[in-house]
Design a protein. Sequence first.
Lengths: 114, 114
Amino acid sequence: MADVSQLSTSLRRGTLEFCVLSLVELEDRYGNEIVRRLGEEPNLAAGEGTIYPLLSRLRRSGWLESKWVESPSGPPRRYYGLTSDGRSALAHFRTEWVSFRQTVDRLVGTGEAA
Amino acid sequence: MADVSQLSTSLRRGTLEFCVLSLVELEDRYGNEIVRRLGEEPNLAAGEGTIYPLLSRLRRSGWLESKWVESPSGPPRRYYGLTSDGRSALAHFRTEWVSFRQTVDRLVGTGEAA
DNA sequence: TGGACCTACCTTGCGTCGCAAGGTACTGTG
DNA sequence: CACAGTACCTTGCGACGCAAGGTAGGTCCA
């Protein structure tokens, strides 16, 4: 750390995978699309070298499933969608996140030590 | 990952150090005290093996300074306090945190893909 | 036809950091 | 003098973000 410019890098840890799960919750998406989509969020921008391994982990964890689909123009795409385990994990995260967020707000928010 | 029980472990990453900075913002504290204090927060509990190296990093980064103080009973304690760089970093984090929190809320919060 | 370019996927190597476990040392107590 | 309590720190491991590098399918146009 000690470098302010990398602050959001470490902030992402722990939330990024659930942001990805959320992105494929409503509709299937493919890797490059997810990279671009996250790139639009300054706080979440992550390169291919982050996202592809992340997607593989989520697939191995059984939270995502994938299928190959031919592209209208270009190489085939691997589309990802949520499994039912993935939905459970995401739901659980939403609960955890609210609790965690409140704790940080309380402790860090004002400088008032709890 | 893939283990729900370690969810908050990775959530802590990136915020833990600023929680520590916040804890010593209003008054100097020593390592063991910080460990115990964080232990009271289920979302932030971290052991000595996490906190002591963290405190060393923050000291090397110039965000914390420390002084040895004799204990009324027991071995001497190393008390930590914020440097002016530390105050700046903490202030910067507070801004980043609000922005980050909102982004995650928006993306993950409802399942509505932004 | 073949070269340039875009898209899309994935891997390698490195650095950081949380953490369990282990280690040292000072102090007070029976 | 052993023992327990407090307080500090280090070691080794695993997880993961990331820059950089690598492969390959598709399109365009001379």
